[in-house]
Ligand binder design. Structure first.
Ligand code: FAD
Length: 389
C-alpha cells in the first residue's frame, strides 16, 4: 500500500479540524472586529459632522434651515451651492403662487375671466389639488377661493382702505356667491386650473408655505441629508436629530419645537411657550389669531374667513352671545407640512367641537389653545387623541 504523502501519522489518525468551519469562525471574527471598529469611530462623531444653517426672506415672511449632518471637511462651496438651491426653490414657489406679485401665475389666473383650462406649473397644480382634497374633507371650512373676502376684510394683497363694519357686511353678502371650491377644478397632467365663474379667485396663503417647507426638505434629502429642520413663516418640519455628534441614534437629541401661548402681543412680542414638542420626521403648522388681525369699530377680527358665512370666524352679529373664551391658535402635526398647514386653518375655522370631530374621523393630530380670561387658568387646551399629551 503506497504510503500517503508524508503527513504526521499522528495527524492522520486524528480527526482533521474542519478547515471550512475554522475559516468561517475566522471570517466572522474579522467582520465583528471591523463592525466594532467602524461603530466606535462613527459613534465618536464630534469630529465627523458639523452643523450648517441658512436663513432669508420669502413669501413676505422669513425662513430658516439647519442641517446637523454636514460632513466635516466638505468643500464650503457644497453648502453654498445648496443654500442657492434652497433660495431658488423658495423663490420659484413665491413667483408662482404669490397674490402679492401681479405677474405670478396665481395672480394671472385670478385676473383671467376665462372659464377654459388655464395652464400653471406642476407646483401650483399640486398645491391646488391638495387644497381641494382638504376642502372636501373639511366640508368647505378650508376654501382657497375665499380670496376676495380675505381682501375685503383687509388681510390679503389687495387690501381695501379703512372701512366701517356696515360697508363690509353689505359687500360680504354680495361676494359670498362668487366663492366656493366647487367652482374650481385642477388638472395634474398637463397641469392647469379651471374656474366655472369668471370672477373666481384663489389665495394660497394657508397652504403654500407648508408646501414650500416640504419642497426644501425634499431638496435636502436629495442632497443626502437626513438630520435637519426647515421653517417657513412658522410652519416647520424636522428630520432625524438635532444633535448626532455623541451617539448616532441618541434620542435625547430630538428637535424640540415650541408652541407659543396665543396671547395678543405686539407683532414682535413673545408670550411664552404653552408646549415643547420633541419632533422627529414630522411637520407642525400653527394657525393663530394673535398676530394677523384687524380692529374694526373696536372689535378684533382675525384673518380666518368662514366660507360658510363669508365672515371672519370671530364675527358675531349683535344679537349673538359673545363666547367667554376665544380660540387663539390651532396646531397640527402631520407627515407633510402642506397638509398640516391647510388642516390648521380649516380646524381654526371649524372650532373645537366640529374640528375635533373631523380630526378624530380623519386621524388628524391637533391641539386647540383657548384664551379663557381666567387669571389662574389663562389658557385651555383641547386636543385630538393622536396629539402628544
Ligand atoms: P395661515 O394661518 O396659515 O392661514 C391664514 C391665511 O389663509 C389668511 O391670511 C388668508 O389669506 C387665508 N385664509 C383665510 N381663511 C381661509 C379659509 N377658510 N380657507 C383657506 N384659506 C383661508 N405677505 C406679505 O405681506 N408680502 C408678500 O410679499 C407675501 N408674499 C406671499 C407669497 C406667497 C406665495 C404666499 C403663499 C403668501 C405671501 N404672503 C405675503 C402672505 C404671508 O406669507 C402669509 O401667508 C400670511 O400672512 C398668512 O400667514 P399665516 O401663516 O398667518 O396664515
Amino acid at each position: 500500500m503506497s504510503k500517503k504523502p508524508s503527513i504526521d501519522i499522528e495527524q492522520e489518525d486524528q480527526p482533521q479540524p474542519n478547515n471550512f468551519l475554522w475559516n468561517i469562525i475566522r471570517y466572522v471574527i474579522v467582520v465583528i472586529l471591523l463592525v466594532v471598529g467602524i461603530w466606535s469611530y462613527l459613534s465618536q462623531k464630534p469630529h465627523f459632522f458639523t452643523t450648517q444653517e441658512t436663513r432669508g426672506m420669502t413669501m413676505g415672511t422669513d425662513y430658516s434651515v439647519k442641517v446637523t449632518d454636514f460632513v466635516k471637511g466638505t468643500e464650503p462651496d457644497v453648502w453654498k451651492n445648496i443654500k442657492t438651491q434652497i433660495h431658488q426653490r423658495l423663490d420659484e414657489i413665491d413667483r408662482a403662487m404669490s397674490t402679492y406679485r401681479t405677474n405670478s401665475e396665481v395672480s394671472r389666473f385670478n385676473n383671467s375671466v376665462s372659464t377654459n383650462w388655464f395652464e400653471v406649473s406642476k407646483d401650483t397644480a399640486d398645491v391646488v389639488n391638495t387644497a381641494l382634497e382638504i376642502a372636501t374633507l373639511t366640508e368647505g371650512a378650508f376654501d382657497i377661493t375665499v380670496a376676495p373676502l380675505v381682501d375685503l376684510w383687509g388681510f390679503g394683497a389687495n387690501q381695501h382702505p379703512n372701512f366701517t363694519i356696515k360697508d363690509v357686511e353689505e359687500k360680504t353678502n354680495q361676494i359670498k356667491s362668487k366663492i366656493g371650491y366647487d367652482k374650481l377644478e385642477v388638472r395634474l397632467q398637463p397641469p392647469a386650473l379651471k374656474k366655472s365663474i369668471p370672477e373666481l379667485c384663489i389665495d394660497l396663503s394657508a397652504i403654500a408655505k407648508g408646501y414650500a417647507v416640504d419642497c426644501v426638505a425634499k431638496l435636502l434629502e436629495e442632497n443626502g441629508f437626513a438630520n435637519f429642520i426647515v421653517e417657513v413663516g412658522g410652519e416647520v418640519c424636522c428630520r432625524g436629530y438635532k444633535d448626532i455628534s455623541s451617539t448616532y441614534k441618541a434620542t435625547s437629541h430630538d428637535w424640540i419645537i415650541g408652541i407659543e401661548k396665543p396671547f395678543i402681543v405686539s407683532s414682535d412680542g413673545f408670550s411664552g411657550l404653552q408646549r415643547k414638542l420633541p419632533m422627529k420626521d414630522r411637520a407642525l403648522a400653527t394657525s393663530g389669531d394673535y398676530q394677523n388681525y384687524r380692529e374694526i369699530d373696536g372689535v378684533r377680527y382675525s384673518h380666518f374667513i368662514d366660507p360658510r358665512t363669508g365672515f371672519p370666524t370671530e364675527y358675531f352679529t349683535a344679537d349673538e352671545p359673545k363666547p367667554v373664551e376665544q380660540l387663539g391658535s390651532v396646531s397640527v402635526l402631520a407627515e407633510l407640512c402642506v397638509r398640516a398647514d391647510a388642516w390648521a386653518t380649516a380646524l381654526f375655522v371649524l372650532g373645537e367641537h366640529k374640528g375635533l370631530e373631523l380630526a378624530e374621523k380623519h386621524g388628524i393630530a391637533v391641539l386647540f389653545l383657548f384664551r379663557t380670561e381666567q387669571k389662574d387658568h389663562p389658557i385651555r387646551e383641547a386636543a385630538s387623541t393622536t396629539f402628544p399629551k
